[in-house]
Ligand binder design. Structure first.
Ligand SMILES: *Cc1c(COP(=O)(O)O)cnc(C)c1O
Length: 405
């Protein structure tokens, strides 16, 4: 039994009341809540259009469609991410072209993005190096076109967007920001989610704000906004009152209860982020003198960090997996974060990836450890986690109440 949860939503009576009010009406979907939530969210990010969907993954899928990504096309993206940021490319039978990350931040390395874009646009032999092993050589076939870059603002820290946007302009590529972990984060004074052609946020309960399940697409492009509204609603024409389905669509709608919950959460967003920042600050203090733990790095381009998780790196001779086991023995949960996407069994099998393909991503995947984190944690809980983490790293026997998991 874990005595501290890995994550917890931050909810008040206001959220409960807002959801209850919806339940007292007959309109549980396609109603006023979703529109109000979208308006509030667009205004917070400072982007013209916000389109609510039923998950971050659905939002990313619709962005890939809007970007004109077709079968066999290429999209440049990092492997050091949650699997959804690559799966959304596979949904359109396109190919994620992984590039390695910056060792300091864990975000996509713009130098590799530039090199990959250059090579893939040129095609031929130069492109081969960047393709998944299974698609190199004769099997590559006709191949598609490089259409988009999908950077991920990992762990609540914006990717280095300026050089990425530059590459996109040079090669006429769409930029889709996976901002699912980075609500409120700022890159050189500009909000994550306002930098690319479209961006996606997610509201799963472990994120900075939640709607249960849910996501939001942001874009300044009105035609895209209309397309997203159509695609999330079975391809129905937005301006058509009748059941006229002009394209292949999906049911990616957000319901009214979730939207009502989201409205209260986005109203409270600064409070939610401030509380998480305070908890991250406690971790930073309590881990300052733990020799074998490297604390999170915040890049100078990150003018505001949005604390999504608290991921530390476990240094040798301590071993991340062993530390995780020792923490679990004393009832403290922790997780590897991230397990590289290219080494996930489905990707390794489909694309022929193996260890060694993306060394920095793999190194980070081996040493990174997410500690329990939320905006409702107390300083005592943080202290408790940190004391046990120190013992676990320094190979001393854990003392105190041992409750086997
Ligand atoms: C949470 C998250 C998503 C989307 O997750 P859903 O569960 O579909 O809402 C996408 N990308 C990243 C990096 C995430 O952390």
């Amino acid at each position: 039994m874990m005595r501290i949860p890995m994550s917890s939503p931050n909810l008040t009576d206001a959220e409960i009341q807002a959801v209850n009010e919806v339940l007292n009406t007959p309109v549980l979907s396609i109603g006023p809540q979703i529109e109000a939530f979208e308006r509030a969210f667009a205004s917070y990010i400072g982007v013209a259009h916000a389109i609510a969907v039923n998950s971050g993954t659905s939002g990313l899928h619709l962005c890939v469609i809007a970007a004109g990504v077709n079968e066999a096309d290429f999209v440049i993206t990092p492997s050091f991410s949650f699997i959804a940021s690559a799966n959304c490319i596979l949904y359109e039978r396109a190919v994620p072209v992984f590039v390695d990350v910056d060792p300091a931040t864990g975000n996509i390395d713009p130098t590799h993005v530039a090199e990959a874009a250059e090579a893939l646009s040129a095609g031929g032999k130069a492109a081969e190096h960047w393709l998944p092993p299974a698609l190199r050589g004769e099997q590559r076939g006709a191949g598609g076109r490089l259409r988009a870059i999908l950077p991920v603002h990992a762990l609540g820290q914006p990717a280095d967007m300026a050089p990425i946007l530059d590459v996109a302009r040079r090669h006429d590529l769409i930029v889709i920001e996976d901002a699912c972990e980075a609500i409120g984060a700022e890159y050189r004074g500009r909000k994550a989610g306002s930098l690319g052609n479209a961006a996606v946020f997610a509201f799963y309960p472990n994120k900075q704000m939640t709607t249960g399940e849910g996501g939001m697409i942001l874009t300044n492009d009105e035609a895209w906004a209309n397309l997203f509204r159509s695609l999330r609603n079975q391809g129905r024409d937005v301006f058509d009152a009748w059941l006229n389905h002009t394209r292949l669509g999906y049911n990616y709608r957000m319901d009214e209860m979730s939207a009502a919950l989201g409205r209260v959460q986005i109203q409270r967003i600064e409070e939610l982020l401030a509380k998480r920042e305070q908890v991250a600050g406690w971790y930073n203090q309590h881990l300052a003198d733990v020799e074998l733990v490297e604390r999170p790095y915040v890049a100078p381009t990150t003018t505001r960090m949005s604390w999504f998780v608290n991921v530390v790196r476990i240094k040798p001779p301590a071993n991340r997996d062993e530390v995780m086991r020792r923490l679990a023995e004393v009832g403290i949960p922790s997780r590897p974060y991230f397990t590289p996407i290219h080494l996930q069994p489905f990707y390794a099998k489909t694309f022929g990836y193996q260890r060694g393909d993306f060394p920095i991503t793999e190194y980070l995947g081996d040493v990174s450890l997410a500690l329990p984190f939320s905006g409702v944690m107390t300083e005592d809980q943080v202290d408790d986690v940190c004391r046990h983490l120190r013992r676990a790293c320094h190979r001393e026997r854990a003392v105190g109440t041992v409750a086997p998991a």
